[in-house]
Each structure stands twice: as C-alpha cells, then as structure tokens.
Design a protein around this ligand. Sequence first.
Ligand code: ZN
Length: 150
Amino acid sequence: MSDLRDLYQELILDHTKKPRNFRKIEGVGSKADGHNPLCGDKLTVFLIVDGGIVTDISFIGSGCAISMASASMMTESLKGKTIAEAKTMFGRFHELLTGDFDGPRDPESLGKLVVFGGVKEFPVRVKCATLAWHTMNAILEHQEEPVSTE
Ligand code: ZN
C-alpha cells in the first residue's frame, strides 16, 4: 500500500497548498459551520443545489492539513453530483474512515478520496478528515430531495 501512501501525501500537500473552491458563496445557496475542537479545525461549507444537483460547492476556514485537504477534495468530488449521490459518497467516505472492515463497499465510487483510508489508523485524525463532510451533510439534510423513482 506504499503507493497509496505516497499518493496520499502528494494529494494532501497539493490541496493544502492550493485548496480548491476556497471561497465564499454569498447571497445564494446554503451554508453550515463545522468545528472540530479536538484539533481546532473550523470551516464553513457553502452549497448551491439546483434541480437536485450540486451546482456549486465551496468552503473557507482554517485548520490542520488533513481537514483543509479533505474539504478541498470534497468540493471537487461533489460538484455536479445529485443530492442522492452526494449522500451516498458521504456514507462511503465515512465507512472508509470508520468501518471495521477492509474498505468501503464500492471503493471506485470514491475516486481519489480512497487515499484517506490510511487516516483510519489515526483515530484522532478521523474527525479532521470527516469534518467537511459532516458539515456538508448537515446542509443536505435540510435540502428538499426531488422525487426519485430509484
Ligand atoms: Zn485537524
């Protein structure tokens, strides 16, 4: 798994140096604040849902490298997804970091987010990596879901 570890460090560094979608969305959409007192990570996630699709997502805040990189990668992963897909991804990501099995049921659905699987070995860091996701999910819980036949 050393390839995954290298990729993890590379991605964390890249996203910490150049966080994607690091900006406010003002006036439209929804937002929620997340705080991880254990580490001091604080962030705000902004979300615009249009027709059941995440058309824009961003965040601001400060915290450790893992929390910022995770938030950055989350925004990249969720843009263009439906609410249902975003919720599924949150579930998979959560499983990846907290599950007591070898991995998520459908690792390919997570794309490069699988690099966070290694964080599971460091329980204190799990909250850092999942903070943005919990915050995003809090917004989704208040979104109206379009009727789906699936
Ligand atoms: Zn942290």
